[in-house]
Every structure is written in C-alpha cells, then in structure tokens.
Unconditional design. Structure first.
Length: 255
C-alpha cells in the first residue's frame, strides 16, 4: 500500500513508486491491436465508430470521475430486492470456473490473446469477475478486488475496501439497464460480507457510462487525473462538471 495523500484544490501529490509507472506505450499498442481485431470481427463502419471513441479518449484530459459507497451504512438496495427473474449473476475467482462458451464470447469480443492475459493477471492478483446472464446468455461482466485497487490509484485503500472496475455489457444487451443492476447486485453482496467501502471510477468523457452509473447508490467523491513525471505519478483534483437533467438527482449517488 502506498503512502499516498489525497490533495484537493488542484494540488498534486506523488502516489506511485517508479517501478509502478504507467506503461503508456504498451497501453497504446494494446488499444491499436484491439481496433484491428474489432475491424476483423465487426467490419469497417463499426470500427470507425470505435476509432472515434478511441481518439476522443486518447486526446482527452484523462480526467476520471471517482465515487464511493459506504457498505457498512447501507442495507439491501431496492433494485436488488426487486431483482428481475431473467437475470442471474455468477461470481468467478479463477479462469477454470468460466464456461467455455462464455469465455469464447469474452475473448473474441476484443483480442483473445489480450483477454487471456488480462484475465490471468487479474485472477493472480486475487480479483473476482462477476458474470451476468440474461435469459441464460452471457450479457456482460464486471471486476472487483478487495484491499487494494487493480492499479495504483488516487489514494490508498484500507484492507476491507473494494475496488470495482472494468465493467462491460455486450452490445446486443445494452439499453436494458443491465449495467447498473450488476453494479447494484455487487454492492449488495459486498455489504452482506461486511466490507467497508466500495470505490469506482469512470472517464469524464464517457457520458453513457456516467449516465448508467448514476442509477446506482454510489456517491460522488471528486474528479481527478494523474500525470507522470520523472518516474513518479502525481494526482490533480478538479471540480466536477455540473450535472443536468435526471443526473442532478443522483449526483450524490453515482458510480
């Protein structure tokens, strides 16, 4: 655990050691590889749309919206008590537990080699993937890790805190409210296990993700970005944009 300190008002503070510096070159290579594989599987028009998202992400300010949820202070969430009959969730802690048909869908959505590497690395770190099915078919998944974030974060985690990260709903299942239901289900399970706090973040440019997560019980913590200099990473906190429409009622309850 790093001795990071959260600094607000635009101040910066080191929160990573040199050996944990982000490998931006590898991340860029992985993104390009994903686009190539996406083109081979989904065609030119879909790939151009994906490329626009990629470029917006590449040239954005990389600000992330951060949220928290006090698991020890909240009981069962209404959307879990009224859980839809057609949805089921499986909690997976190893590659061997994933059904072969499910794995083929996960791996082939992007790049099989990268998918296998990412899943293997995360399982080695003790992460859990939650698979959600609709009418028995895999609809998406999301990850959790207890006691630390999956990568150096904006602040240190306590031993009983949980990081939620990398949620994906497959295109044919989007628009049905599945993502916020999965997040809420996970929060309910973590609360039952007497975990302390849950954290999640989303890119500020990813409006669809922010809208989806505004339907969960998370509370807004802040907006921040990280920058690397001389092998160290600094965090700068900023002011979140004002919410509009239905988001304003949930700004204290986003993920």
């Amino acid at each position: 655990m790093h001795d990071a300190r959260v600094m607000r008002g635009g101040h910066k503070r080191n929160c990573e050691t040199a050996e944990q510096r982000p490998q931006l070159g590898m991340a860029l290579t992985d993104s390009i590889s994903r686009l190539i594989n996406y083109y081979q599987r989904h065609g030119l028009e879909a790939t151009l749309q994906r490329a626009r998202v990629f470029l917006r992400r590449l040239f954005s300010s990389h600000r992330l919206v951060l949220y928290y949820y006090d698991l020890s202070k909240n009981g069962s969430i209404a959307s879990v008590r009224n859980w839809p009959d057609h949805l089921t969730v499986a909690r997976i802690t190893s590659q061997e537990e994933i059904d072969q048909e499910d794995w083929q869908k996960i791996a082939n959505f992007w790049n099989p080699e990268l998918s296998h590497r990412n899943f293997s690395e995360r399982f080695r770190k003790g992460a859990t993937v939650w698979l959600i099915r609709s009418e028995g078919k895999l609809a998406g998944y999301g990850w959790t890790l207890t006691g630390r974030p999956i990568k150096p974060h904006f602040f240190p985690f306590a031993a009983n805190d949980v990081h939620l990260f990398d949620f994906l709903i497959f295109p044919e299942c989007r628009g049905r409210g599945i993502n916020p239901l999965l997040v809420t289900y996970i929060l309910d399970q973590l609360a039952a296990e007497r975990r302390t706090r849950a954290y999640i973040e989303a890119a500020e440019w990813n409006h669809s993700q922010l809208t989806s997560l505004s339907k969960t019980g998370f509370h807004l913590l802040g907006v921040a970005r990280k920058a690397s200099l001389f092998g160290r990473t600094f965090v700068e906190w900023g002011r979140p944009k004002e919410p509009s429409g239905s988001e304003s009622a949930q700004v204290s309850g986003k993920s």
